[in-house]
Write a protein that binds this ligand. Structure first.
Ligand code: PMP
Length: 361
């Protein structure tokens, strides 16, 4: 109806069409306020209602316990690589699991603030699996154990959470946020950049247990980078990313209307299965991740031939399937199938790939 393509981007990514329609309908005059949310003071009553509802809906959707704070922080996902160690490294020691590009970035950033112990890694097989985290060597003075729960570039996800031996678990859920149910109390802190599964880029949602929010941080820690600053001000210490918060709120309501996170998980399983089944039976294409650790959100695959991979990317784009090129660091192809990608999109892509296969084998 709008001439939209099936956009398989890893992020910013598709948003649900009914949400975009609602946003479009409100863009000139938000519910009789006489202005767009883009033009609205964050200190206005009408905006306060938006942010309050957004937080309340997320709490409902995920079942976030009362002793956790929900923060909306700018700086995207990347700022959290720094904020986590700045705020949580009390003894100056943290354990990280290395599963791919985004955990490597987190490790590099944390090393600026303290000692980082890489307690498990899948580097030996090019990050195509998630290492066994059932018996990690975690020092007594470790402040936390950090994971990237879904590696966007490598396409892996955890099948069970690490045994942290009583230490706090910190998780980067950026590329799987709200794709399935999550037991928040298993974590000390969850954070997610929102531009994959939720809304526009430029913001992270941080869910942090209250007792981990410290007021004894070193003086040089920038005000904006203390979780306490955001917790004490209801994410309104300065002008927040009002627009992103508003759009995320729309998506939270949409997910509740769709039946919540269990329903989304079922849909995501069925949707990813369509592509994985094809890859497993194809003579031309194959998935690059060990079956057990395959992500439902990011599906990397290849023909095994660089030139042919590039040809497939060009052919899919010409046919209306956009952004299937793998990340520049790994190449090949990748289909991201977040919450908003309809199953029909994946079915149509598989149809196209089967035809391509028939013509090229
Ligand atoms: N973590 C993960 C898992 C990601 O996929 C990304 C972005 N692709 C980031 C962190 C960084 O997010 P941002 O670009 O918003 O800084």
């Amino acid at each position: 109806k709008y001439g939209r393509t099936f956009n398989f981007s890893a992020g910013p990514a598709m948003m649900p069409e009914p949400v975009l329609e609602e946003i479009a309908a409100e863009v000139m005059n938000y519910r009789g306020s006489g202005m767009s949310v883009m033009e609205m003071s964050h200190r206005s009553k009408v905006y306060q209602t938006i942010i309050d509802e957004t937080e309340a809906d997320l709490r409902k959707l995920m079942g976030i316990p009362d002793n956790y704070k929900v923060l909306f922080v700018q700086g995207g996902g990347t700022l959290q690589f720094a904020m986590v160690p700045m705020n949580l490294m009390k003894n100056g020691v943290a354990c990280y699991v290395e599963t791919g590009s985004w955990s490597k970035k987190a490790i590099a950033e944390a090393r600026k603030y303290g000692e980082v112990k890489v307690v498990a890694s899948s580097a030996d097989k090019n990050f195509t699996y998630v290492p066994d985290c059932s018996d990690l060597d975690i020092p007594d003075n470790a402040d936390y154990v950090y994971i990237c729960e879904n590696e966007t570039i490598n396409g892996t996800t955890y099948t069970s959470l690490p045994n942290t031996k009583g230490k706090i678990l910190v998780s980067d859920q950026s590329s799987m946020f709200l794709s399935r149910p999550c037991n928040v109390s298993d974590y000390g802190l969850i954070w997610a950049g929102v531009q994959k599964n939720v809304g526009p880029a430029g913001m992270a949602v941080v869910i942090v247990r209250e007792d981990l929010i410290r007021d004894d941080l070193a003086d040089y820690v920038p005000t904006y980078m203390k979780y306490k600053t955001h917790a004490d001000s209801g994410s309104m210490y300065n002008t927040p990313n009002c627009w992103a918060i508003y759009c995320c709120g729309k998506v939270f309501k949409y997910l509740m209307d769709m039946g919540g996170l269990e329903a989304m998980n079922q849909r995501n399983i069925e949707k990813a299965q369509v592509l994985y089944d094809f890859l497993d039976s194809s003579k031309l294409f194959k998935g690059t991740v060990e079956k057990e650790y395959r992500s439902l959100m990011n599906i990397p695959f290849t023909t095994g031939d660089k030139e042919m991979d590039a040809d497939v990317v060009a052919a899919t784009k010409a046919a209306g399937y956009d952004n299937l090129k793998g990340h520049k660091s790994v190449g090949a192809l990748r289909a991201s199938t977040y919450n908003a990608m309809p199953k029909e999109g994946v079915e149509a892509l598989v149809d196209f790939l089967s035809k391509y296969e028939a013509e090229h084998t």
